[in-house]
Design a protein around this ligand. Structure first.
Ligand code: ADP
Ligand code: MG
Length: 595
């Protein structure tokens, strides 16, 4: 009974929230329906072009706006799609619809090829490879005369009735554009969309939560390529005749800038951006020649005046001031619903681990055991190798000597993204967050690997996707309640105080229902009251059966809640034992604790 009592109001508020999100899209849809009543054929041409560009930009937006991958030369995929559809219809005499399917297939394959370098190259270097690809495609279209017609070109596919009129074709393109909007919005609101943003803004945290970057990025590039291919096929029909010089560099710039002025991580923003950039030059004919200049000027203005793009301008919710004297009051009693593995008895054991950076031996023969149900404190002066120890266990560094075992099995060397699946979670000395995402979304990222639905199931919001979302949302709210942040769930993470971010990271780690939890200085920047509450929370996490490794400077916290303590100095163990033993250890007291 209490369950229905608490979910009914939430359901109403989520429905209202969903309506508010959908409203701009509904208005745009109504405008698209009304346009044929008001406009002439010239308007049909412009509006069709905007719809076609959006079909391409919607997919590209997932890679660029969400995933943060600088894919610039996307006109290449438009070109490939246009030629594939035209040539299939002209030479293989297939129907224009099959031509579009062929364009999607070729576009998808090319999308993967263009995207592959993103797995190794970053930012500008990747951007350059996409530009290189665009040049190659144009050159091939020019040189391969027997198929592409070279500089003379080929006729574009003619759509059959009822899509053979200007408004008929417009309707066809608008429906496809609406489907693209719906699909990409579904991805944006799925664990895949959140994982993309995590890769963009907090790659290390994404790895620690087990997100497989290569697979996700290639899936997105496949999808974006397929959409670009379809857009190309439609573009060829709209142009009725295509030559290589129809695919100018300006188009690549338009696609990319539409996303930038729209705002990263938004669907509505880039959609409006695409419409504005397509329509703007048409309003004043003399401006057409200036379109590149116009784009550049617009981009500069946006970057300087509203760095978050159109999306940030429309984000009214996050302008409301937050309550200023907020106290974090965790509820450790809720942890039992998140963590239940009293039956697991394996340990993580480090023996004789050595790791050097150049000449510096950051860890120099360290033995340490993290036991389920216990808190193991790791203390020592700055630079003594505490964070490095965490990084070795999380797989960021491979030890040069010694081994790290989970139970009887050695932990795989490297592979930080494999740790989450083994139930090993962590937080970071400097919180790694996605500032533009809500606190709830940040926490949900921690549960990415718990989802069961595929990318395609999320594209189409099939039942498994919805079940994943419901489960992850519920779990994340529970984790937020346990750490005392549930009232801030809907707030953008970059509006939180530093201390709140530390608790948010713990909530994210709890999403894995971790068997082992490693905390890197979680009390740094917290008030003394908050430290006491944090201590109770950590202690309760351990009592639920999780093995905790706690790196800390606050001696009180360590001595209060730890079962074992290891003191590091210059990468070596200076002392190890119970808190009482450490407190009585002469060297530790004189070198570190003072007194
Ligand atoms: P702690 O967390 O105890 O303050 P760290 O583990 O961060 O210390 O660092 C231990 C030592 O290793 C320091 O001397 C630090 O300068 C060095 N170190 C850590 N990470 C790197 C790295 N990526 N490259 C080079 N030196 C590093
Ligand atoms: Mg450190």
């Amino acid at each position: 009974m209490s369950a229905t009592g608490t979910t009914a109001p939430t359901r109403v508020s989520t429905t209202v929230g969903a309506l508010r999100t959908a409203l701009p899209f509904i208005l745009l849809g109504l405008a698209a329906i009304a346009l044929p009543l008001a406009g002439n054929d010239y308007w049909a041409l412009i509006a069709t072009r905007a719809a076609i560009y959006w079909i391409l930009v919607s997919g590209l937006n997932l890679a660029v706006g969400f995933g943060g991958q600088l894919a610039i030369g996307y006109v290449a995929l438009l070109t490939l799609g246009a030629y594939t559809a035209s040539i299939l219809v002209l030479r293989a005499e297939v129907s224009p619809y099959l031509g579009l399917v062929g364009a999607a297939l070729v576009g998808g394959a090319a999308g993967v090829v263009v995207g592959l370098p993103a797995l190794r190259l970053r930012t500008f270097y990747f951007a350059m490879t996409t530009l290189g690809f665009a040049t190659i495609v144009t050159q091939v279209a020019l040189a391969w005369q027997s198929v592409t017609g070279g500089g003379i070109g080929v006729p574009g596919p003619e759509m059959p009735a009822p899509f053979d009129t200007a408004w008929g074709f417009y309707g066809f393109c608008v429906v496809l554009a609406a489907i693209c909007t719906w699909m990409t919005a579904n991805i944006a609101a799925s664990r895949f969309g959140r994982a993309l943003v995590a890769i963009r803004d907090a790659e290390v945290a994404a790895e620690a939560t087990g997100i497989a970057k290569p697979k996700l990025l290639l899936t997105v590039f496949l999808f974006a390529g397929a959409m670009a291919g379809v857009a190309g096929g439609l573009f060829a029909s709209l142009q009725s005749y295509i030559t290589p010089d129809a695919f100018t560099f300006d188009l690549s710039v338009l696609f990319f800038i539409a996303i930038l002025i729209g705002g990263r991580g938004s669907i509505l923003g880039p959609l409006l951006g695409t419409i504005i950039l397509t329509v703007l030059p048409e309003f004043a004919a003399p401006l057409v020649a200036w379109s590149t200049f116009l784009y550049a000027a617009l981009l500069l203005v946006i970057v300087v005046v509203i760095p978050g793009g159109i999306a940030a301008l429309l984000d009214f919710k996050n302008r409301k001031p937050l309550q200023s004297d907020r106290a974090i009051v965790p509820r450790p009693e809720l942890l039992g619903q998140l963590l239940d593995h009293m039956d697991k008895h394996e340990t993580i054991a480090l023996t004789g681990v050595v790791l050097a950076f150049g000449g510096v031996r950051a860890i120099d023969g360290l033995d340490l055991t993290i036991r389920p149900g216990e808190v193991h404190g790791l203390i020592g002066p700055n630079g003594s190798g505490k964070t490095t120890t965490l990084n070795v266990i999380s797989g960021y560094y491979s030890p040069e000597q010694g081994d790290v075992r989970l139970g009887a099995e050695p932990l795989p060397r490297g592979l930080p993204q494999a740790r989450a699946g083994m139930g090993i979670a962590r937080t970071f000395q400097t919180p790694r967050l996605i500032g533009e995402a809500s606190v709830l979304q940040n926490v949900m990222i921690g549960g990415t690997i718990a989802g069961t639905g595929s990318f395609v199931e999320s594209l189409l919001t099939l039942p498994r996707h919805r079940a994943d979302e419901a489960k992850l949302t519920e779990q994340a709210m529970r984790a937020l309640s346990a750490v005392g942040l549930e009232t801030l769930a809907g707030v953008r993470a970059d509006r939180l105080q530093h201390s709140e971010l530390r608790f948010m990271e713990i909530a994210r780690a709890l999403m894995l229902s971790p068997r082992f939890l490693m905390l890197d200085e979680p009390a740094a920047g917290l008030s003394s009251d908050e430290i006491v509450r944090l201590g109770a929370l950590i202690k309760r996490i351990a009592r639920c059966g999780t093995g905790v490794l706690l790196v800390e400077h606050h001696a009180d916290l360590i001595f209060d809640i730890c079962d074992h303590v290891t003191v590091l100095n210059l990468g070596k163990e200076l002392a190890a034992g119970t808190p009482a033993e450490i407190r009585a250890h002469k060297e530790v007291v004189s070198a570190y604790l003072g007194g």
